[in-house]
Ligand binder design. Sequence first.
Ligand code: GLU
Length: 540
Amino acid sequence: MTIEEDAYRYAVKNASLHNGKASSGAIMGKIKALYPKLDIKKTMEIALEAVKKANGLEPVELKKEFEKFEKQGWELKPKEKEEKLPMLEWAKKEKVVTRYAPNPNGPFHLGNARTAVLSKDYAEKYNGKFILRFDDTDPKVKKPIANAEAIFKEDLNWLGCTPDETFFASDRLDIYYSYLKTALQKGYAYICQCKSEEWREKIKKKEACKCREIKPRKQHKLFEQMLKGEIKEGTAVIRIKTDLENKDPSVRDWWAAKIVDEAIHTNPKAMEKYVWPSYNFASAIDDHLLKVTLIIRGQEHEQNKTKQEFLYKHFGWEYPHCFHIGRIGLPGLMLSTSKIKEGIEKGLYSGWDDPRLGTICAFRRRGFKAEALKEALFDLGVNTNDSTIQWAKLIDLNKKLIEPESERMAFFEEPLQLDVHLAPEQNGKLIVNKKVFEKFKKGDVIRLRQLFNIKITKKDSLQVFADFVGTAKINKPIVGWFRERTDVEIVMDDNSKKLGIADMKIAGKEKGERVYFDGLGFCIVDSKEEKKVLLRFTHK
Ligand code: GLU
């Protein structure tokens, strides 16, 4: 709706309440509430014009207009984008550099998209830089997936979150080794060879183990052995010295690197390495080296900050600014990487873009617009609360965007042949919706949409016969029809398949084009076969 239309809507309301005489002052207030940034002069012009138009209506017309708008409601929410995210005061002095640091062990989903979208937005708003950095330093339990870069970038680009720079932690192992070496030499870290059970017992009691006191020279030798693969997996870890009194036992002397005998990794350069840093260590080093100034990450990673601050203090570095944000959910959609992977392996899901998953590729394939997802994420703002996105809201946001480009057309799950007796010796054959015709009986008069009127003369389960009874528009049920059938197959939101036939116009649509099927909802063309169009259901 334009500003002029909104103004007219309120002028009609005001005129209806005041004997056909709207006042421009009242309308100006409404326009201001809807468009706070519009200047006074323009607001006045628009209000005067709207009032002139409304006051010029005949009483019957005014009543009609009022009833029309009454049905739509008198919403008064500001239409200009409000500033939903906190400003960065410090950005006057420091460059804003943000990063999105996923472990590419699974697909990109709505849960981690919040971090990416906010990080990109901040970088853009402050003319800064947005870095994509793959935290791919777990070559054993959370191994990276094949083609991670291409997959993540496709989703990020689609979301408008194209990174300015991309890094892989697995390319930077030698950098981490050099910092580990310094940390060992300077006594910021130590190599612990205790049995993990025994170490845990000690640390629970805030006690140090004897490895903590081993001299740097010996530490250095051990480290060299670790790098060469001379120490077995599970027998040594590098720990960062922290305050043993820290209230959280998992923070106390957290592990920075361990040994993996047989690394399985998509990065060929990393295959021969034995020492693997934790993401907490690699990430902390990289945030400093890449000059990241703002970290936005999940609330579940808040403890990383506490851990990493010990390391920063050892090296004399300044810790970046941080926002920790709550988890998000969308009822009924799977958003857990491990469960998604497990489900795909077991064959429960058709793939990463199965419509029951909350992955970005699933949203894209079923016809959501990136802007709708982003808007829903921005609406949550920056806070530590776990939030649920409501389907109704997301659908509403998406509907507004796709409605203008979705051609409306008829769709029947089950066709029924209609034989219309047009004139002596002249019959027309059409296809109608069996379900819709269930409620009609012999003798009923119906209008075929934008065609003519018919009267049913006979009906069975396969066919219906009717006589042509005129062309004038009448007050009778209007039904859709086709002359020729085009088969369609629709993957619904529960991954079930719906077969049906649709208007011939569907055959002319290309992949990615949208339609609104009467009685079903919005769908997007997914692919085309010789005699069939395959679609995905977006939403009602
Ligand atoms: N790699 C971590 C994750 O995927 C991010 C850690 C961080 O942002 O510091 O959640």
